[in-house]
Design a protein around this ligand. Structure first.
Ligand code: PMP
Length: 331
């Protein structure tokens, strides 16, 4: 029997699950890394811990200090837990377009929540710039700066990639995921390529993001939009710089959502939309690499974080998205 000596020790070491439907459809083994099983419920607990511990080592955060961050929510949840465990305060700046569940969770965890209207990155009102200003104006505060602080991708180089390699016994042919900060994609890509240059790395980009065009044609260009939270990037963040990306796919919300609903209805996995987009990307990569290969992707967070949106028939209808049969109203 193993006893984890403290709660932050629960971060990482998540299981890999075989996704039956996607595997059967492609003749590949499609495996999902269960990041929803982290204590804060998402892939962002790992970078939250690495960013805070890196700052502590560099003397950037003193006892009783405050951690400030701009986030779509999940990094804020991870940081709030890390802050509580280490005796810091947390101030989380989040666009008011994100799910109510993430806002309620942040308040419940004790973070000071600052909601701001959605604004483009070029505007000083963008949540990232607002969080930087709040950090500057707060005494003894650390701005976590997840987009451009490479302690973020280091978390995935040192933990996620290593775990994937060990859990598959080195039998991994491909990896793909979408990008918010790029910490997961770049970190896992760099980490896996250190073990083997032969692993194919693919970007799965939602509509409305600019990275597909960048990796395909060298130009940052966005088209369309997505309701997926936590992903969709318009620039090359410091975390993305030098990421060894071999190929790229553009995945629609409809494709991602179809997998979210199928994985719940057929396999009992309740996931958020970025996970569905990742799974749709993993299927594209499986088709490229051919049958018999092993492809890993990230199951970023739980669908319980999106009950008011992805699992709400009125919201789905309003967005013109498919309603799963078990939520459709009886005639
Ligand atoms: N999915 C969800 C639900 C997220 O919150 C995030 C983080 N913003 C991501 C995917 C993307 O992760 P990363 O920041 O490592 O690119």
């Amino acid at each position: 029997m193993t006893i984890v000596p403290y709660a932050l020790g629960l971060i990482g070491n998540t299981p890999l699950v075989r996704l039956k439907g996607p595997s059967e459809e492609t003749g590949c083994e499609i495996l999902g890394k269960c990041e929803f099983a982290n204590p804060g419920g998402s892939v962002k607990d790992r970078p939250a811990l690495f960013i805070v511990e890196d700052a502590e080592e560099k003397g950037l955060l003193q006892p009783g200090g405050t951690i400030v961050e701009g986030t779509a929510g999940n990094t804020g949840i991870g940081l709030a837990l890390v802050a509580n465990a280490k005796g810091y305060k947390s101030i989380i700046v989040m666009p008011d377009t994100q799910s109510k569940e993430k806002m309620d969770t942040l308040r419940a965890l004790g973070a000071e929540l600052v909601l701001v209207p959605a604004a483009p990155y070029s505007s000083p009102c963008h949540f990232v710039h607002q969080s930087r200003r709040i950090a500057e104006e707060t005494e003894n505060a650390l701005w976590a700066n997840q987009f451009d602080n490479t302690a973020n991708r280091l978390a995935h180089i040192k933990t996620t990639a290593k775990e994937i390699w060990e859990q598959t016994g080195g039998q991994v042919d491909g990896f793909t995921c979408a990008v918010g900060t790029g910490g997961t994609l770049a970190g896992v890509a760099m980490g896996l390529k250190e073990f083997s240059e032969d692993v194919t790395i693919a970007l799965s980009d939602p509509h409305g993001a600019a990275l597909y065009e960048y990796y395909a044609h060298g130009e940052l260009k966005a088209e369309g939009s997505s309701v997926a939270e936590g992903i969709g990037q318009g620039r090359i963040t410091a975390n993305l710089e030098g990421a060894p990306i071999d190929t790229q796919y553009r995945i629609s919300d409809a494709e991602g959502l179809a997998w979210v609903h199928r994985l719940l209805g057929e396999e009992g996995l309740c996931l958020g939309l970025s996970s569905g987009i990742n799974v749709a990307g993993a299927i594209e990569l499986a088709r490229k690499l051919g049958p018999g290969k092993t492809i890993v992707t990230i199951l970023c967070d739980s669908g319980l974080r999106y009950l008011s949106t992805l699992y709400n028939p009125e919201w789905l209808a309003e967005k013109g998205l498919a309603i799963p049969p078990w939520l459709a109203e009886e005639e």
